[in-house]
Ligand binder design. Sequence first.
Ligand code: HEC
Ligand code: HEC
Length: 214
Amino acid sequence: MSKRSHLNCALLIAMLAAAFSAAGHAQDAVAPARGGLEAKLAYCKTCHGLSGQGYYGYFPMPRLAGQQPQYIENQLRAFIERRRTNPIMFNVAHVLSPSMVSALAEHFKDLDPRPIGGGPRGKLAMGKRIFEDGLPESNVPACSACHGTEGKGQNQIPRLAGQLYPYIVGQLTGWKSERGQGTTVDTSFIMAPTAHNLTRAQVEAVAAYVSYLQ
Ligand code: HEC
Ligand code: HEC
């Protein structure tokens, strides 16, 4: 991807973020959370792992360690507003006050456990190629253009490095059934065409590659 498209991407995100923070303030009447931040974090970690490393449960619990605070905040709001539909995280998030959402989102950025990995090793070379160069023939841009060369993300663009393999496969294959469910366009629309244009085999390859990134 060229430098120019990277810049366009950042601009698009900034515009969307501005649109959301305006929409988000209308929600500030949500009831304040009971209990302190520490109690909430202990609860998050029962599913997301003691150091936010993620967990292979009945559902894959995504890694939150090292995740961008703005991304976490935007996703928690998306669950609350049902722009992103997930019954477990709706139940967790809808009781959180806006100030608790922001405080929780800040917590995970400094955690740095080793990735659990778990993707099939035979697909790493193909995954690396997709991540770094994209698939011009199928209109798939390089993931690194937005998610960064090390997959660490920025602002509303998530970190992918070390994310659980089955979680990423699930997100990319089911994008439109879970994300962008609101009545307005949100950040999920930036990712939607890329998720759509990847085949299952390509999804598995790129998910395997990022699952081992430190
Ligand atoms: C009962 C288990 C459970 C608890 C408790 C829980 N989560 Fe989750 N969380 C999940 C699952 C499962 C997903 C994946 C949802 C999906 O597939 O969309 C998830 C997804 C998320 C995501 C989206 C991650 C991404 O990469 O897009 C964020 C952010 C999140 N949780 C934050 C939290 C926070 C903060 C807490 C504590 C207040 C918390 N979770 C508590 C199970 C849980
Ligand atoms: C034009 C910028 C852009 C490009 C290129 C891009 N992404 Fe994304 N991606 C995003 C944004 C923005 C989000 C957050 C979407 C949201 O808010 O729901 C995202 C989210 C994701 C998620 C969800 C992560 C999570 O924790 O739930 C995955 C997985 C993902 N992208 C994988 C990829 C892969 C693989 C590629 C390359 C084939 C790619 N992305 C290319 C912008 C991009």
